[in-house]
Design a protein around this ligand. Sequence first.
Ligand code: CA
Length: 227
Amino acid sequence: MTRLLIAEDEPAILDALAYTLRGEGYEVETVEDGEAALEQALTDEFDLMILDLMLPRLSGTEILRRVRQQSALPVIVLTAKSTETDRVLGLEIGADDYVTKPFSMAEVVSRVRALLRRRELDLSGPSQRVRVGSLELDAYAHRVLVDGEPRDLTRSEFRLVTLLASQPDRAFSRRELMEHLWDSTYVGDQRACDIHISNLRRKLERDPARPERIVTVRGVGYKLTTV
Ligand code: CA
């Protein structure tokens, strides 16, 4: 049974989400404040978390930050439409996906399904090591090493760098990168791609301000070079 944790303090939204997702066959646990959300998220009993960023007692961003320090739990954040920064922040601190309020239940269900499927693919792939210069990827162990030193990547960052590393020196467009990330035709904001790339640079580059590994290809997108 796939277990979902939903953290949301607006009862109408919480009830609708829980009702819909139970109807889809998921086992659903709900929490309405930030402290309970963090406590539950760290129990290791859930396959995915839906997290409202605006929660009482402890904010969603703080919860996500703490969860990411010790867990790879897939997280979809719920953000308010007016706050672009929420969305940006959510991805920066390690959300795997986001849904903007107001949303349809069908949209949430499809995001949940897509994220669970991505996770399954990540976990079921054969052991596969790829080396590009001093960068080493282990798809099976979900590990990235730079000069033999492990780096901590989110699931989304790992997927992006894996695609880039599949064809070193080939320029990928933002659209290609985002379609790979979401596993579907991506119609959203391509700025999300730049956020992931800048996070990756911070983790993988010697000097993130002067990237040598993940290089911008003007008018196209990004490529991974052999350094
Ligand atoms: Ca809220």
